[in-house]
Structures are given as C-alpha cells and as structure tokens.
Write a protein that binds this ligand. Structure first.
Ligand code: PEP
Length: 248
C-alpha cells in the first residue's frame, strides 16, 4: 500500500504568540506539499495556530492529552478540548513525558484511546534508551512498548507510530540507517502479528530523533520510514520547510 508520508513538528515547551509567524511562514513555504504536514505547538497556541492556518496545507496537533473527557484534573487537557481548539492529532507517550511524568504504557494506551474517542489521530511514541540499545535490547523494548501502548481497534487513519530512540532526541546523534530500517521493519511485523497485514501496511511509522534538513532525505528513504517527528528543527520554517520537502 502507498502510504503518504507525514512530517510532524513537535515544538515542545517552546513558543509564544510571536512564534505563530513561523507556522505561517511554513505554510507559505510549502503551499502544496507532497506529504501531510503537522505542527504540534504548546497547548496555549493550538487554537490561534489552527485559526491562522485554516484551509492551508499545515494541520495542527497537541503534544499530550488526559484519558478522561473532562473532570477534576488540574492542569490537564482532554482530547476533546484539543479537537475543539482545532487539533487533528495528538502525540502521546513521548519519551519526555514517559520520563518527566512517569507515564506507563497503560497510561499511554488510555491516552491514545481518548484521542480516538475525540476523533484525533494518535501519534504514539516508542523508543529505547542508550543503555537499552547498548544491552542489545532495543527491539525487545520497542516491542513491549508497542504491545502495551497501542489500543485495540486501530485504523491506518487514526494511528501513527513514532520510533524515537531516547538517546537521539535533541542530541544531534542518530542511529545508522540500517538500525532505523531494522526497528521499522520489526515494528511493522509486530503490528501485523497483532492486527493483520492490512492494518500494518497502512499505518505510518515515523522516525524521530535529531532529524535535520541535512539528514532528512536519507532517513525518509529508509524502507518502512513514512516520515518524521521533528523537535528542534521544526521551530523555524527555514529548517522545517526543507524537511517537509524531503518527505514530499
Ligand atoms: C522530539 O522531540 O520528538 C524530537 C525528535 O526532537 P529532536 O528532533 O529535537 O531530536
């Protein structure tokens, strides 16, 4: 099956309203991209960004959501609220949330279910630490995260997996292309074993971790890599536009 690539930007805890100009510059730089383009700004910017980008090629997503649709959860945001603000997708299980907030696979799964309940695509992040890779456990770790974090009942439209080795995030280091290929092939096979070939063939598997304009084309050319989840290089249109181009 031909999968349309996805270039997704994760702004993390960066950006105030002044940064909306970068989102508009990105949309202007990629008027008709040959891939899907998503920006996930801080929650404070979602509504304004969605409004400014409405009708254009760049969609907007959240970086996290709570499993519940509403309630006494101070500081949290429901998937329904993200959708109401104009988001079409949400990242769940990013390694920074797994590390900073102790998020377990079970919680990530519940968040992905919440995303689907609200009509959002869930971008579920998995990836090993450096110690786990050095111990030869990368596939074991990623397999267990996939098993525990992906809910039953996925569709190719509402599920995206992002393989993000923890040690590659923000470090300027990336796995070899062979290692990326191995993990992505493994993930597709793991999804096929649980959900069948049709689902596994349709789901987009992103690579994330120090994707830059200079390495994006090579990484996106690896078999089973259907685009990227990009942190630092998504903050500026001048950096992210060539990455979108590489995915197109
Ligand atoms: C990320 O935060 O998902 C990420 C991949 O960050 P960076 O591109 O900065 O490594």
């Amino acid at each position: 099956m031909a999968r349309r690539k996805l270039a997704a930007g994760n702004w993390k805890m960066n950006g105030t309203r002044a940064a909306l100009a970068e989102a508009e510059a990105l949309a202007a730089a990629c008027p008709a991209p040959g891939c899907d383009v998503l920006l996930c700004p801080p929650a404070t910017l979602i509504a304004a960004m969605a409004e400014r980008l409405r009708g254009g090629p760049v969609r907007v997503g959240g970086q996290d959501c709570h499993p519940a649709p509403s309630g006494a959860h101070t500081g949290d945001i429901a998937a329904e609220m993200l959708a109401d603000a104009g988001a079409v997708a949400v990242i769940v299980g990013h390694s920074e949330r797994r590390a900073d907030h102790g998020e377990t696979d079970a919680l990530v799964r519940a968040k992905a279910e919440a995303a689907w309940r609200a009509g959002l695509t869930a971008i579920i992040c998995v990836g090993e630490t450096e110690a786990q890779r050095d111990a030869g456990k990368a596939l074991e770790v990623v397999g267990a995260q996939l098993d525990g974090s992906v809910p039953d009942g996925p569709t190719p439209e509402r599920l995206v997996i992002a393989y993000e080795p923890v040690w590659a995030i923000g470090s300027g280091r990336t796995p070899t292309l062979e290692d990326i290929a191995q993990v992505h092939e493994f993930m597709r096979a793991r999804l096929a074993a649980r959900f069948g070939d049709a689902l596994a063939d349709g789901v987009r598997l992103l690579y994330g971790g120090s994707v830059k304009p200079g390495n994006a084309a090579q990484i996106f050319g690896v078999p089973n890599v259907d685009g990227g989840l990009v942190g630092g290089a998504s903050l500026k249109a001048a950096d992210f536009a060539p990455i979108v181009e590489a995915a197109s």
